[in-house]
Design a protein around this ligand. Structure first.
Ligand code: XIL
Length: 374
């Protein structure tokens, strides 16, 4: 019996409780069908390798897909006039073939955007008009090529600091406070009306950032600029954030008229120093035996801890399912998680629901259990 058959058989045995009238759901997307979409971010190998071992999991379990890197300015448009269309075309075709909800990540982010975007031909900083023109060209090109086939865009990613101040970035250095409104204005003008436009950020449970996002939403509305929702990334840990703090943000964003998306969920299980919370890509630490404790086996007691944490997180999401459109994991299996490389390069991390053999972990079953409120 191969692994996949073994899993299907074992799951059927565990889930088929005697006397139950309806069979228990066998996949994530079936289990949460009445609550929200279940999504996964696809790193480029999963997009371009048709026989990638994680592909069957994507088809079975997820109703929404996000490209982890392929649409970011750098990977997509590394040099002026040079476009890497192929992975994105493949990604969109894959989504359409399987009837999936397709996310565009991300129009504007201070990371993974090439330096040339902010420079003129002489390598000098460009003017406000020139930067707005380049941003607009990017939006128009993507809207022209993909239109309504990409159903939702993260228009701006991570432009606030933990304390709610505007992040100093190549975008805000040139555009200041106008960065966000200009970005959303050009997106709303270029994309068809049925394409959802959201703001996305990490550590959204922090009061400073929560308030900044609420102010941003009010400001965009006051200017008559469309924003449909807020993406809470969800790079969380075994004991952060507090469920009440995440809940306060979900409720506050919904009260502000926003649809809530959980856009990049994973749960860190390896030790991190306090300055390494959040998802700031500039922060890095050295690999050591202490910060990489499970290079081979992820022990049973840790599997249980992770399962309990995922259960409490999903109980929160199910409680607020009327406000949440989608919950997307940042990766499919532990093998392709970005947390193997950040904030420490070369760790063996275990933050997702499927292990390195593409098998469901105890956390998977714990998550499924929350769908029916059990
Ligand atoms: C990560 C990708 O997963 C990595 O492959 C890449 O090297 C760096 O970016 N917040 C985001 C995502 O919005 O785009 C980041 O993705 C993870 C943090």
């Amino acid at each position: 019996m191969n692994h996949r058959l073994a899993f299907t058989f074992a799951t059927a045995v565990v889930l088929a409780s005697p006397g139950a009238s309806a069979p228990a759901p066998a996949t994530l997307k079936e289990a949460f069908a009445d609550h929200f979409l279940m999504g996964a971010a696809l790193h480029t190998p999963i997009i371009v390798e048709a026989d990638h071992p994680a592909r069957p999991l994507v088809r079975q379990h997820f109703g929404s897909i996000t490209p982890a890197n392929a649409l970011k300015w750098g990977p997509f448009n590394p040099k002026p006039g040079v476009y890497e269309f192929e992975p994105v075309d493949t990604f969109v075709a894959f989504g359409e073939e399987h009837g999936l909800h397709i996310v565009g990540h991300t129009l504007f982010w201070h990371q993974q955007t090439p330096a040339w975007v902010f420079q003129d031909d002489a390598g000098q900083p460009i003017s406000r008009e020139a930067l707005l023109k380049r941003m607009n060209e990017r939006v128009r090109l993507l809207a022209g090529r993909y239109g309504s086939r990409i159903h939702l865009w993260d228009v701006v990613n991570e432009t606030f600091e933990d304390d709610g101040s505007l992040r100093k970035s190549p975008f805000t250095r040139v555009l200041g406070e106008d960065f966000v409104p200009e970005a959303f204005r050009m997106a709303a003008e270029a994309f068809p009306a049925d394409v959802q436009l959201i703001y996305n950020d990490y550590s959204m449970f922090m009061p400073g950032r929560r308030d900044a996002v609420l102010r941003m939403v009010r400001d965009l509305k006051a200017r008559g600029i469309r924003i449909d929702g807020v993406g809470m990334q969800g790079h969380w840990g075994l004991d952060f954030p507090k469920i009440e703090d995440a809940e306060a943000s979900i409720v506050a964003f919904a009260q502000a008229g926003m649809r809530v998306h959980i856009t990049e969920l994973d749960v860190e299980v390896l030790p991190r120093t306090p300055d390494m919370f959040g998802a700031d890509l500039n922060k890095r630490a050295q690999l050591s035996a202490e910060n990489n404790p499970y290079p081979d086996v992820f022990p049973a007691e840790m599997q249980e801890k992770l399962a309990r944490r995922y259960a409490e997180i999903f109980a929160l999401f199910v409680k607020h399912a009327d406000k949440i459109d989608r919950v997307t994991f940042w990766g499919v299996t532990d093998a392709d998680s970005w947390l193997n490389g950040w904030p420490v390069r070369g760790r063996t991390n275990h933050p997702l629901l499927f292990d390195r053999q593409n098998q469901p972990k105890p956390a998977y079953h714990a998550v499924i259990g929350t769908a029916s409120g059990k």
